[in-house]
Design a protein around this ligand. Sequence first.
Ligand SMILES: CC(C)(COP(=O)(O)OP(=O)(O)OC[C@H]1O[C@@H](n2cnc3c(N)ncnc32)[C@H](O)[C@@H]1OP(=O)(O)O)[C@@H](O)C(=O)NCCC(=O)NCCS
Length: 180
Amino acid sequence: MIKFTSGYAGFEVQIPPFYGAVFTASEGVAEGKALTSLVQDLMATSDDDDLRCYLASEGEELLGCILFSRLFYDEDPRNVVLMSPVAVKTDHQKAGIGQRLIRFALDDLKGQGVDFAISYGDPAYYGKTGFKPMAQDFARPPQTLSQPHGWIGQSLTEGDAAPLSGPSRCVPAFDKPELW
Ligand SMILES: CC(C)(COP(=O)(O)OP(=O)(O)OC[C@H]1O[C@@H](n2cnc3c(N)ncnc32)[C@H](O)[C@@H]1OP(=O)(O)O)[C@@H](O)C(=O)NCCC(=O)NCCS
């Protein structure tokens, strides 16, 4: 049976190479290496309060992983997270694990007082779990976006969200122009 959990659940060491393998299979060796480094960096340099990990696993096998890092809108009182990166084990893709893991994570984050979730990816896929395209003046990105149509978000609280005030900052591992 597939389990959905928060935290590293004993898989900490496996997580960077897991992303590496998934992205090597989908986008090639260079992207796989880049994702391994990014995830290592995120896990090593983010403050504990600023990074959340959610996993799908079956027994000893890691099947899916999502990292959420804090996005700081210093002029806005709301708690905002960035959902990235997301990976599902290559031979288990298209079986619903990604969407189930995203829903599990968003529900848990909502329970922890997170108000708004943002991602930067394919609106066609992430739209299935409630993410909608956002204008950059609704939620200012921390860096210049090379693909503005991939800037997507959703409120985790009731009702329509007001725009997020002011500029944003991301955790150090994401604070690199080439990642945006
Ligand atoms: C993208 C990814 C996380 C999706 O997880 P998954 O478990 O395979 O997806 P699910 O089974 O939950 O969802 C499948 C659905 O999304 C669709 N879908 C999957 N990838 C998609 C994409 N890139 N664009 C549009 N739709 C997509 C499928 O057609 C399917 O649609 P359906 O529900 O109507 O049948 C996974 O395929 C993956 O790890 N890919 C490689 C790494 C990657 O690209 N990560 C995302 C960027 S950070």
